[in-house]
Design a protein around this ligand. Structure first.
Ligand code: TMP
Ligand code: ASP
Length: 237
């Protein structure tokens, strides 16, 4: 089995280690949770294992649907071997239903179905608090090429199509989500980071109860229960 070598990077929710293979890294998911650019800190017990296993489950599904991902192999509850990429410094956000910053900025009640999905970018920069930008900004700043933006946008909408159907089949409405992409050494763009209740808004289809990190962000209680409920519905093992 692949072994962890030096710690390469520690983020808010994950640690990343080098391995003997220079093209492969090991991601180790933590139970730490932050919100509002790290201002709010806490722990969601069991989150690391749930996010790791859920993200891998979804990435396998996306691979089957033609979206290439960084997934190599799940190593344990919390650890996964992934392809080493250079992260494109864009958070790619797709929305199907108004919520969060969209609702706040535009004065639209949370829960209103959008006429069509939207795509937006944030510039991944903690010092600036990940500001909203558009494709022209990304090009002007050299964050990505025109071809990459096109590929990323196509993949993002494909991810949305696959996930809407999948979550619907387990009684969950996909409100919105954030994904990130990376470049392999040869420049190929693939899906990286994670897809989990940390990075999606997931509402129970019938009751519209929030089953995601908004329970932590907004102090709604039953945070662990929500993560476990989503995990249970995935039916893994
Ligand atoms: P927003 O409505 O706050 O802009 O969030 C949109 C989506 O992006 C939502 O599913 C939560 C997710 N998200 C992250 O994954 N990381 C972040 O840092 C933020 C602000 C949002
Ligand atoms: N990435 C954000 C932060 O810490 C968390 C979020 O709201 O999802 O701080």
């Amino acid at each position: 089995m692949m072994k962890k070598l030096d710690l390469l990077y520690e983020g808010k929710a994950k640690k990343v280690y080098k391995t003997e293979d220079e093209n492969v890294l090991i991601v180790d998911y933590k139970d730490d949770a932050t919100a509002f650019n790290g201002l709010k800190k806490g722990t969601i017990v069991g989150k690391g294992a749930i996010n790791n296993r859920m993200s891998n489950h979804i990435f396998r599904l996306l691979e089957k649907e033609g979206v290439p991902t960084h997934l190599v192999e799940e190593l344990s509850d919390r650890e996964t071997a992934v392809k080493k990429v250079e992260i494109v410094p864009l958070e790619v956000i797709i929305r199907n239903v108004a919520a969060g910053s969209f609702s706040k900025k535009l004065g639209i009640e949370e829960g209103r179905k959008l006429l069509r999905p939207t795509l937006e970018f944030s510039y991944k920069n903690d010092e600036l608090g990940d500001p909203f930008i558009n494709g022209y900004y990304a090009l002007a700043l050299g964050l990505a090429t025109e071809e990459e933006i096109e590929t990323i946008s196509d993949y993002a909408f494909r991810v949305n199509d696959v996930l809407i159907k999948y979550f619907d089949s387990i009684g969950i409405e996909l409100i919105d989500f954030k994904i990130e992409f990376g470049r392999l050494a040869d420049g190929t763009v693939i899906l990286a980071d994670e897809i989990s209740p940390d990075t999606c808004r997931l509402w129970d289809k019938e009751t519209r109860e929030k089953l995601d990190k908004d329970r932590f962000r907004r102090d709604l209680g039953n945070v662990e229960d929500a993560y476990e409920e989503v995990f249970k519905r995935l039916g893994i093992k």
